[in-house]
Write a protein that binds this ligand. Sequence first.
Ligand SMILES: [Zn+2]
Length: 230
Amino acid sequence: MGFDYFTQFARLFFPKNCEACGRNLLKSETMLCTNCFYHIPKTKFHEEKDNILNRLFYGITNITYSTAFFYFHKASKYRILIHKLKYKGQKEIGIQLGRMAGTEINGSFFDETNVVIPVPLHPAKKRLRGYNQSEMIAKGLCETSGKELLTDVLIRQKFTETQTKKNLEARRENVSSAFKVVKPEILRGKHVLLIDDVVTTGSTLIACADEILKTEKTKVSIFVLGFAVQ
Ligand SMILES: [Zn+2]
């Protein structure tokens, strides 16, 4: 039986496609085909305390550990996953990638983190999208890592205008004071794992970390799904 015959046959019963390359999925595959799953360009930053993501925060804010699940560039097929999660309503992609990432970081420095906080969206933006994509990633990550998800401790109180046309200084100005910890008693003594979908300049993560660190005896580490490379 040829491979093509088999995939044609499978298509009749499992009409799902790989979210990265579009190939038909087999029954044993979830979201990604085996090929795309095994070739995720993982950063492995969680194995190294000093890495290029963590260096982004040196001298700016006090981040304990930082990691990203995978690298992506402009033409990467893995970038499509983030696009579908953010703009196409496919929140399940975030949950599934979060689950994979949670498994990936188990047994690393990140075991020291005990609560997970997704970067909040402004309520108006959340209503528009229907969900917070970072919260979906956090949900999946908590499922496989056993950490506690906190979604009502850090809030976004300012609707920031689009960041893309601003330089780093202007971006930082734009997001500083956008976030507020509303239940500091819950955070005291906790090592927070802060979650975002992608990192480019880090200005949003810095603003969130600065706000969390105002509560005494807290630590902040960072997890992002995608790390953009040129
Ligand atoms: Zn694929």
